[in-house]
Design a protein around this ligand. Sequence first.
Ligand SMILES: [Zn+2]
Length: 220
Amino acid sequence: MNEHHDKIVIKFEDNDTSTTSNPIQVSTAAPETTGFVIDTQAPAKIDELTEDLSIPFGHQNAMLDDVMPDFDFANPATDPVKLAHKLINIVRVKKALGISANQLGLPYRVFVMQSDPVFVCFNPVVTYYSDDGAVLDEACLSWPGVGVKIKRPVSIRVRFKDPYGNACTKQFTGMAARVFQHEFDHLNGIRYYDRAVPFHKERFKKNWKKVVRFIKNRAK
Ligand SMILES: [Zn+2]
């Protein structure tokens, strides 16, 4: 099932903006570091590629309905640096813009955002949303192949912790703000299509049924 799954993944890439009525640009202005920067251009190592990188489908992953509890750096349930690397490997191999731990069935309040640099965001909090909104097609590795038009604020201010437990405060605009909000929703049990207007939500449901049917037929 997973190899079929992989073949129909539509990545959440920058060029998605070409299909939107209100394209926005990624802010490239002086990215600050979080103390956790990796070379995202380097080819993935073989052991990274052979590790299990499968992503369960959204309708089969009950963890996507749950609010993930804060990660406890004082008493960590798993190694946060290893967890960060696993998430980074996945976005890199899948050429995605972000992924949250609970998309992989891992019950931790953390996501990775493919950006420059890569941000690994533990215990994220949004402290400010701008009043302006932009409509953009969003895709998700948990519901591969089905984009949905969603309106979200263009800019946000956020707090989170890096994998070493250091507190970070950032302002994001454009695609980075979009990805942050999408992944942040995952950690709060909110699905991206729940943010869509009813017309687009209904269209999502129909299209997702088609994808599931397609996958079942391919598996026969
Ligand atoms: Zn998603």
